[in-house]
Write a protein that binds this ligand. Structure first.
Ligand SMILES: CCCCCCCCCCC/C=C/C(=O)SCCNC(=O)CCNC(=O)[C@H](O)C(C)(C)COP(=O)(O)OP(=O)(O)OC[C@H]1O[C@@H](n2cnc3c(N)ncnc32)[C@H](O)[C@@H]1OP(=O)(O)O
Length: 426
């Protein structure tokens, strides 16, 4: 008999059967046009009026009645802790706190987007909206974790370090550092091959927003561990809220559009340091980077058809433009995996380096580039990219809305179930 705690022993199988069962139930419910019981209207707590100043987000707010449960006390303590912070955490973190607070107490963003000139409320709305369908409990936990990270970093960790080398607080799934004119955003879930969870998409959006405004010349995206990224974390499909799978797909499409939008709009030179294999969305957005440096160990794989899905990251436009329609079709329709050398020959990768000297060579190069006049680099990027921005946003919207439908298809659901069944050896 296998031991009870073996990786694929009975308890694990039961858990995975639960996940797969949940997916099937969600999909079946949709197929018969039914609704889950918990999606039926229940007593709605009064919505808290939006916080009107960015100065002290969330702190001015009272705990809504929706924030019930075991960690309610932790949540209240965290709100009190924020008032005691010695250092101003900065607007990015405040926006994140605000967004998590709203999500934890009210759920997904439910108010109309403020007008373009209402800058502060628009930024707050965008931060909240970017949380998509993140469950209230997760938002509450993330709020507590974020505050705890802020408290400990303001107490000790950043003391004594020069400003430029400080690790930015407030991120859990990425590590953001700035040094010598380069801001580095490192995907940090190496045990899961840097698969992108919903939280990670949101943190990357916030990190890019922060990097676009800091004083660095160049921004780098890279991965920790042996992978650059294995793309969308497929557990994003199992986290179905009570509102149902359609609502999840709708919110995920918004999240996807915001995520890709932050690459389209990024104003400074953006460099991918591809430290290992890249899959799915981590490959497609490379078409929106200014430089792509890859180790010769990297591979580039977009198995969309295998997953019952379709291209995103504007790749339906950038890939044919970069490599021609036939080569783009091989990757995007037929899921051909490219080696780093092949990706370089197709123009997706700028240069390939031997793995043994990859980090040294790339960072030496980037440090030299970061000393070039910043404004000239920004303006040059703007000239190159601005002509296509509108088009890219339109393509992004179209790809996201097609995927919203795809995620509800039996082809996609079956592919996701296969992944989990194989993982659980069902
Ligand atoms: C209802 C709608 C909701 C939709 C929400 C969508 C949000 C936006 C989506 C945007 C569209 C994006 C599309 C894509 O990116 S498509 C690509 C998706 N990625 C994959 O299909 C890769 C899946 N993973 C693998 O094939 C292999 O893990 C891989 C080849 C990457 C590595 O294999 P290897 O054998 O070397 O390592 P392991 O498989 O043992 O991996 C180690 C652990 O990491 C877990 N893992 C890795 N990648 C993922 C992933 N993408 N999603 C979830 N989990 C992943 C793997 O399961 C292992 O975990 P355990 O140690 O727990 O077993």
């Amino acid at each position: 008999m296998p031991p009870q705690n073996s990786a694929h022993g009975p308890p694990f199988r039961v858990a995975m059967a639960g996940v797969v069962g949940r997916l099937i139930r969600c999909w079946c419910r949709r197929a018969v046009g039914g609704r889950s019981r918990s999606a039926l209207p229940s007593g709605h707590p009064a919505l808290h009026p939006g916080c009107c100043s960015l100065k002290v987000p969330a702190l001015q707010l009272h705990v809504s009645k929706t924030a019930m449960g075991a960690s309610q006390k932790d949540f209240e303590n965290a709100m009190n802790q924020v008032k005691l912070l010695k250092e101003d955490p900065g607007n990015e973190v405040k926006l994140k706190l605000y967004a998590l607070y709203k999500q934890a107490t009210e759920g997904p963003c439910n108010t109309p987007k403020p007008g373009v000139f209402d800058l502060i409320n628009k930024a707050k709305w965008e931060a909240w909206n970017a949380l998509g369908s993140l469950p209230k409990e997760t938002a509450r936990q993330n709020y507590v974790d974020l505050v705890s990270g802020l408290s400990s970093s303001s107490d000790s960790s950043s003391q004594g370090k020069p400003e430029a080398e400080r690790k930015q607080a407030g991120y859990e799934t990425v590590v953001m550092t700035s040094e010598e004119g380069i801001t580095k955003i490192m995907l940090n879930r190496p045990a899961k091959k840097n698969a992108l969870t919903e939280q990670m998409y949101q943190e990357i959006i916030l990190a890019l927003e922060a990097a676009s405004k800091d004083d660095s010349a160049i921004t780098v995206l890279t991965g920790n561990g042996d992978y650059y990224s294995s793309g969308n974390d497929l557990t994003n499909f199992t986290n179905i809220p009570p509102e149902g799978v359609e609502a999840k797909a709708k919110n995920s499409a918004i999240l996807l559009r915001n995520f890709v939008g932050s690459f389209i709009d990024f104003p400074k030179p953006l460099v991918a340091v591809v430290n290992g294999p890249a899959v799915g969305i981590s490959v497609t957005v490379l078409g929106l980077f200014d430089l792509v440096y890859a180790t010769d160990r990297a591979t580039f794989h977009t198995p969309f058809s295998h997953l019952g899905q379709t291209p995103e990251g504007c790749s339906s436009y950038t890939f044919p433009k970069i490599m021609g329609p036939a080569k783009a079709a091989e990757m995007l329709i037929f899921g051909k995996k490219l080696t780093a050398g092949e990706a370089c020959a197709q123009g997706l990768v700028t240069e390939v380096f031997p793995d043994s000297s990859f980090q040294k060579e790339v960072w030496t190069r980037l440090k030299a580039y970061s000393k070039l006049p910043q404004n000239a680099m920004r303006i040059s990027k703007q000239i190159i990219r601005s002509q296509e921005k509108e088009k890219l946003h339109a393509i992004n919207a179209k790809e996201s809305s097609i995927l919203q439908e795809r995620w509800l298809s039996s082809e996609c659901m079956n592919a996701i179930m296969n992944f989990f069944s194989q993982k659980a050896k069902l």
